[in-house]
Design a protein around this ligand. Structure first.
Ligand code: CUA
Length: 291
């Protein structure tokens, strides 16, 4: 396109120079011959030349666009759903293994193309991973696609980039790029259900989790908790952050979060559950076993 554009530009400049500097015609009365000549120039320069130049460029650009949009090479697909104010992340399964559902953290194999399908469960959000890709809006009723490829292992921050309510700013997530083998191991671990806790405090915590009703919103595969309104917590302890990038995932932060989620992230959909400090501590112990 650049070469063709340059050639056309030079041709136009040359013609312009020719017209500007050619000797003035001795008499300005138009003869039948000069009118015919002008008509030939208008048809050649105004119709034939644009068609000859633009048709091949149009075909070339459409076919390039097609191959950019429909990548049939080696890639994996991840589905990200935005919600007020967290991210559900689903890894497409294979013929024998089902999808893996996680939340608030995207894992990708480094050096591999990843097709990220983005959707929303409520309002418009936008997924922005500045290190890897520009913003792509999450629009109700639509699935948009963005492509990412991390050149090397590392953790990037992603952020919601479209105002979506009071906690729009606290709608972030880490994007973790790992070598393929480490990614495969991570995905295999994510696919497993949670193992029942052995430690007495964690056992008490798992009972609190169910009796306090946490399982109506959260799923922990391997337990009776099967809610889908909040993030899947099956492997919560392996994540880097709590509440979509709001806090780092430490015991102290998790205790503060469970004691009063509304104080940490006002307006979020997790209500303050009346628990004693002993119950909070036991629940934290339980959640920390969910590796
Ligand atoms: Cu979601 Cu802003």
């Amino acid at each position: 396109m650049l070469a063709a554009g340059c050639a056309v530009f030079l041709l136009v400049v040359a013609l312009l120079a020719y017209v500007a500097f050619r000797r003035k015609a001795r008499d300005s009365t138009a003869t039948a011959e000069t009118v015919r000549s002008a008509k030939r120039w208008i048809i050649a320069g105004g119709v034939v030349l644009p068609v000859v130049v633009l048709v091949p460029l149009f075909i070339a650009s459409v076919s390039t666009l097609q191959s950019l949009m429909h990548d049939d090479g080696d890639y994996m697909t991840i589905h990200v759903t935005g919600r007020q104010w967290w991210w559900q992340v689903r890894y497409k399964g294979t013929a024998i293994a089902g999808d893996v559902i996680a939340a608030n953290e995207i894992h990708v194999p480094a050096g591999r193309r990843v097709r990220v399908e983005v959707a929303t469960a409520d309002v418009i959000h936008s997924l922005w991973i500045p290190n890897l890709q520009g913003k792509t809006d999450l629009v109700p009723g639509r699935v948009n696609v963005m492509w990412i490829e991390a050149n090397r292992p590392g953790v990037s921050r992603a952020q919601c980039a479209e105002y979506c309510g009071t906690q729009h700013a606290r709608m972030a997530l880490p994007v973790v790029a790992e070598p393929q083998a480490a990614f495969d191991a991570w995905l295999a671990r994510e696919r497993l259900p949670a193992s029942p806790p052995a430690d007495p405090a964690a056992r008490m915590g798992s009972a609190v989790f169910i009796s306090a009703g946490c399982g109506t919103c959260h799923t922990i595969r391997g337990s009776t908790a099967g809610g889908t309104r909040g993030p899947d917590l099956t492997h919560f302890a392996s994540r880097r952050t709590i509440a979509a990038g709001t806090l780092s995932n430490t015991r102290a932060n998790l205790t503060a979060w469970l004691a009063d989620p509304q104080a940490v992230k006002p307006g979020n959909k997790m209500p303050r559950v009346p628990l004693t400090s002993q119950q909070v501590s036991a629940t934290v112990s339980y959640l920390e076993t969910l590796r």
